[in-house]
Unconditional design. Structure first.
Length: 249
């Protein structure tokens, strides 16, 4: 990713300006929280995929930056809500929003980020990007609910796991590539190819993230949460399907 970051170094800097403007609020408390979010930004992997996908089709433009900002607003909203659900006190090595401002404010902040993203697209008539992202949100919600359902039923099929991560994680990265491509490509077939590419990368990313949850490495968030929450991720599914009966119990 270092090479990719060098290729779009200038564009990433421009994106940060767009994102700071997108999250501004006239409410002092909200604006203070937004500044905190901007300062503790992560690796910006998703905006990078938007910008790189757009570069394949032509020059990065204002529509591209809006798509990248929408993705980052949506992704940040889901992280804020996830930390509330998981009762996580840290995110990327910093205190989470709910740790500093409590759950009620964190939920409202997540809602605010989502609404800011939707308005950003609607105000600029970026309907194609909005359609792509709305589909991703639907798939993310379905993936999360499917995971909760199967955890209760102890369904240990790997095929179900892949279906879950395709929705809850890969759909957003697929949307990054499709949204970026839609800002510079006119050919729907090319946009679809990039969407599929993003989906495959997203699934690989989730598998790697699930493996990290069982390790001791510092990854910017607490480890061991998956097994505490009874999430049937690939390492656990593989172990349960390949160990003897006593260990399985």
């Amino acid at each position: 990713m270092k090479l990719a970051r060098r290729v779009i170094k200038q564009e990433l800097s421009q994106f940060e300006t767009h994102f700071r403007e997108a999250v501004k609020s006239r409410v002092p408390l909200l604006d203070r929280i937004m500044q905190y979010i901007v300062k503790r930004k992560g690796k910006q992997m998703r905006p990078m995929f938007v910008l790189l996908s757009a570069r394949l089709g032509g020059e990065i433009n204002d529509s591209t930056y809006r798509a990248a900002s929408l993705i980052e607003l949506l992704h940040t909203a889901t992280l804020v809500h996830d930390d509330v659900v998981d009762d996580a006190m840290e995110r990327r090595g910093f205190f989470s929003i709910n740790a500093l401002w409590k759950n009620k404010i964190a939920v409202i902040v997540g809602d605010y980020l989502l609404s800011k993203g939707l308005l950003l697209s609607l105000d600029n008539k970026d309907f194609k990007v909005l359609q792509i992202l709305s589909s991703a949100i639907k798939m993310m919600s379905e993936g999360e609910l499917l995971q909760l359902e199967k955890a209760r039923n102890l369904n240990l099929k790997e095929s179900i796991y892949y279906e879950i991560i395709k929705g809850k994680t890969a759909s957003l990265l697929a949307a990054c590539c499709a949204a970026g491509a839609s800002s510079t490509f006119d050919d729907d077939a090319q946009i679809e190819k990039l969407k599929i590419f993003g989906e495959k990368v997203g699934m690989a990313f989730q598998i790697k993230d699930d493996l990290f949850d069982y390790g001791n490495e510092s990854i910017g968030k607490p480890t061991g949460n998956d097994i505490k929450e009874k999430k049937l991720t690939l390492p656990l599914i593989y172990t349960l399907n390949n160990c003897d009966a006593s260990l399985r119990r």
